[in-house]
Write a protein that binds this ligand. Structure first.
Ligand code: G4P
Ligand code: NA
Ligand code: NA
Length: 190
């Protein structure tokens, strides 16, 4: 998506440790017009799939996932993060380890919101090592729902998330694919 790539180049900054900071349009302040266009793009890409719900993880996935759900005309579910202490009988839960933050969180969805006849589209803001997506795929399996695809706003193609998803056979669409963040410079996949 050219508009998104242009915005990443203009407003993104590269931090040490191969982290792209995009907090003035995606991760803190949100550009609502751009989010609308992102939602429209995902809805167009997945228009031939059966999708009954969009699923993401709080918090940064919510903005693009909400706009995608709106354009598809389906509900949004965001998995909630919590420590593994609370009662979880009524929840589908997966453990997600963040290499970046070196913390492990459970993510959960209430069983009422995923039924066996659901077909979900997973949306997230970033794909790095793929742990968040893997957690949502686990929840989909527990809930016996179909996964129609995965849509990512910014993919860090030099990390292992893409190959993890490709191995599962699930369709993956990323709106911007970053080949490298070396030398504080964003280089996209050709
Ligand atoms: P993974 O889910 O792909 O395995 O991601 P990883 O553990 O490597 O990253 C942990 C968190 O950092 C995730 O957010 C992920 O989206 C985010 N992240 C990874 N690389 C980048 C990056 O280059 N730039 C930015 N801005 N974020 C990145 P989270 O903590 O799970 O979600 P949230 O609380 O931000 O919503
Ligand atoms: Na994030
Ligand atoms: Na996220």
């Amino acid at each position: 998506m050219e508009l998104l790539k242009k915005r990443i180049v203009e407003d993104g900054t590269v931090l040490p440790g191969n982290v792209l900071k995009v907090d003035n349009f995606l991760n803190h302040q949100v550009d609502t017009k751009l989010m609308d266009q992102i939602g429209e793009e995902f809805a167009e890409l997945f228009k031939h799939e059966t999708i009954t719900k969009v699923v993401t993880v709080e918090s940064s996935g919510i903005a693009p996932a909400l706009m995608t759900a709106l354009h598809l005309g389906v509900p949004l579910i965001f998995a909630r993060k919590h420590k593994s202490l609370t009662l979880t009988d009524n929840l589908y839960t997966a453990n997600v380890y963040s290499y970046t933050k070196q913390v492990s969180n459970d993510i959960s969805v209430d069983k009422r919101f995923l039924q066996p006849d659901d077909h979900i589209l997973i949306i997230d803001d970033f794909l790095a090592n793929g742990q968040a997506v893997q957690g949502l795929l686990e929840i989909a399996k527990l809930a016996h729902v179909e996964v129609a695809g995965v849509g990512i706003v910014i993919e860090k193609s030099f990390q292992k998330g893409r190959s993890m998803i490709e191995k599962t056979g699930v369709r993956l669409e990323s709106l911007a694919r970053i080949a490298s963040l070396d030398n504080q410079k964003v280089t996209f996949v050709e």
